[in-house]
Ligand binder design. Structure first.
Ligand SMILES: [Zn+2]
Length: 144
C-alpha cells in the first residue's frame, strides 16, 4: 500500500507520463511561480518547491527520466504479482480464517466472511486476489 501513497514525479509536476520535455519544463515553470519560496513565506510552499524542483531534475534529463520510467514500471508490476492460482481446497481453515503459506514465509489470509462473498450465488465474482501479509506477492483464489 505504501508505494501508492507517494506521488510520482509526473504527478508532482501535474503532467502526463508521455509529456514532452518542453511540456514538463512549462509545467515546472508554472508550478514554480506558485510555490517559489521567494514568492511566499509559508513552509509548505517551500517543501512543494523542492519537490517539483527535484521532479524536474529527474525528468529533464533523458537518461535519468528513462531510469525513472523503468523504476516506475518495476514498482507497478512488482505491486501485484500473481504468484499462483489456488482454490479454497488448498487453504487451511484456522478459526475463522483460511490460510495458505507464501514462499516468503508469510501467509495469504482470507476470512470466512470474505470467502462466502466469493462463493455466494448472488456474487458475480469469479475470483479474489489475496495479498501476502509480508511480501508483495498475491494469489488468485478461484471458485472451485
Ligand atoms: Zn509472501
Amino acid at each position: 500500500m505504501t508505494s501508492k501513497d507517494v506521488s510520482t514525479h509526473y504527478e508532482t509536476l501535474n503532467c502526463n507520463e508521455n509529456a514532452t520535455k518542453e511540456e514538463i519544463r512549462n509545467q515546472f515553470k508554472k508550478l514554480a511561480l506558485q510555490t517559489h519560496p521567494d514568492k511566499s513565506d509559508s513552509k509548505t510552499s517551500c517543501e512543494d518547491f523542492h519537490r517539483i524542483d527535484y521532479a524536474l531534475k529527474v525528468l529533464a534529463t533523458d537518461e535519468s527520466r528513462r531510469q525513472y520510467d523503468c523504476q516506475l514500471i518495476d514498482d507497478r508490476s512488482y505491486d501485484r504479482i500473481i504468484n499462483q492460482e489456488i482454490t479454497i481446497n488448498d487453504m487451511i481453515l484456522i478459526d475463522d480464517t483460511y490460510s495458505i503459506d507464501c514462499c516468503c514465509g508469510g501467509s495469504y489470509l482470507i476470512s470466512i466472511d470474505d470467502f462466502s462473498q466469493l462463493s455466494s450465488v448472488e456474487s458475480p465474482q469469479e475470483s479474489l486476489i489475496i495479498d501476502c501479509n509480508s511480501c508483495s506477492l498475491s494469489v488468485k483464489l478461484g471458485k472451485t
